[in-house]
Design a protein around this ligand. Structure first.
Ligand SMILES: NC(=O)C1=CN([C@@H]2O[C@H](COP(=O)(O)OP(=O)(O)OC[C@H]3O[C@@H](n4cnc5c(N)ncnc54)[C@H](O)[C@@H]3O)[C@@H](O)[C@H]2O)C=CC1
Ligand SMILES: CC(C)CC(=O)C(=O)O
Ligand SMILES: [Mg+2]
Length: 353
């Protein structure tokens, strides 16, 4: 298992350290794990002047899988756009063709009271958000801020071609086939042409999956339904920006954004694995971050890239055990549980493994 890992910025190095300890358990047991560290984001800008340096490109391309913690922070927000950490993240996603982003929002029963919703509304919650990751308004050209008619104009381009929509639709239909056979496609076809095409192509692809029940929902309604009755959803497929926003929203149904892992896959299940959250500058350097989304991303890596279901399940079971034992980082803390630091949570997961 050739793994390139990218600690990144903010809480990134703190949570990555816990993920590496989890990998070390498997390494000591004899799994052939080869690790290479590389720079991405602000850390890369500071060291090399660019957010996705050539050395990282080489390491990431050569690896079977990439583990990423998070990038970004206010320190770099003043830089010209091409030098910003987030451009490094978009760059590596595009470079590795990681068009399929799987974001599972699963409520661990122990966290029912930590959820933003009432326990009876979220009990048993298990949603898979399939987010297109290399297109849409985050990548579309032209983009930029320019001077037009004596005024500053900010511009981005929302664009999808049918091939991009078709391939993510196939990923979503296949995911639905393995789950409850229900797929909800989320768009804004009432006002956006890109998403009219999205809906048309998803309907075309649906003909190849007669066993999957396809429904459609406008994104504003979906944002509302997620907090009204989230269990109506099983697999949700949507574009890059809507998926970004809806997955952060869904994370709070599971207790915290610190609980949501993700897999970003290419056509061959080469993947980058990262928590859904960012670099959390407000708690960085304090050993307060929840490392479970990062650790659960390692489980997804075992499952999707290495087809090692046993290792994936073992990591998820270890996480369940520490939650059942009452350990909580600050973001999921409630009275009657034991508040622990990021590294103590890592200790507990390693012990449970
Ligand atoms: N994949 C990535 O690398 C991402 C990077 N970012 C970048 O991260 C920076 C901060 O962005 P924000 O909007 O503040 O989003 P954020 O996700 O970093 O933080 C939002 C809130 O959630 C909390 N939080 C996040 N992860 C947590 C964890 N593991 N444990 C406990 N609490 C956690 C933070 O403390 C903060 O209050 C920005 O520069 C942004 O561009 C944002 C999202 C994704
Ligand atoms: C640079 C952003 C698109 C990162 C982000 O918020 C995400 O992928 O969830
Ligand atoms: Mg996001």
């Amino acid at each position: 298992m050739k793994i390139c890992y990218l600690p990144g910025d903010g809480i990134g190095p703190e949570i990555m350290a816990q993920a590496l300890r989890v990998l070390d358990v498997f390494k000591k047991e004899g799994l052939n794990i080869e690790l290479e560290e590389a720079l991405l984001g602000g850390a890369a800008v500071d060291a090399t002047g660019v957010p996705y340096p050539e050395a990282t490109q080489k390491a990431a391309r050569a690896a079977d899988a990439v583990l990423l913690a998070a990038v970004g922070g206010p320190k770099w927000d003043v830089l010209p756009r091409p030098q910003r950490p987030e451009r490094g993240l978009l760059g590596i996603r595009k470079d590795l063709n990681l068009f399929a982003n799987l974001r599972p929002a699963v409520l661990y029963p122990e966290l029912a009271n930590a959820s933003s919703l009432k326990p009876e509304i979220v009990a048993g919650l298990d949603i898979m958000i399939v987010r297109e990751l290399t297109g849409d308004i985050y990548f579309g050209e032209p983009r930029g801020i320019s001077e037009e008619g004596g005024k500053r104009v900010g511009r981005n381009t929302m664009i999808y071609n049918e091939d991009e929509i078709r391939r993510i639709a196939h990923v979503a239909f296949k995911a639905a086939q393995k789950r409850s056979k229900k797929l909800c496609s989320v768009d804004k076809m009432n006002v956006l042409e890109t998403t009219q095409l999205w809906r048309d192509v998803v309907i075309e692809v649906s003909k190849e999956y007669p066993d999957v029940e396809l429904s459609h929902m406008l994104v504003d309604n979906c944002a509302m339904q997620l907090v009204r009755a989230p269990k109506q959803f099983d697999v949700v497929v949507t574009g890059n920006m809507f998926g970004d926003i809806l997955s952060d929203e869904a994370s709070m149904l599971t207790g915290s954004i610190g609980m949501l892992p993700s897999a970003s896959l290419d056509e061959n299940n080469k993947g980058m694995y990262e928590p859904c959250h960012g670099s959390a500058p407000d708690i960085a350097g304090k050993n307060l971050a929840n490392p479970l989304a990062m650790i659960l991303s390692v489980a997804m890596m075992m499952r999707y890239t290495f087809a090692n279901e046993a290792a994936a399940t073992r990591i998820e079971t270890a996480v369940k055990k520490v939650l059942a034992a009452g350990l909580r980082t600050g973001d999921i803390y409630e009275e009657g549980t034991q508040r622990v630091s990021c590294s103590e949570m890592g200790d507990a997961v390693v012990a449970a493994l």
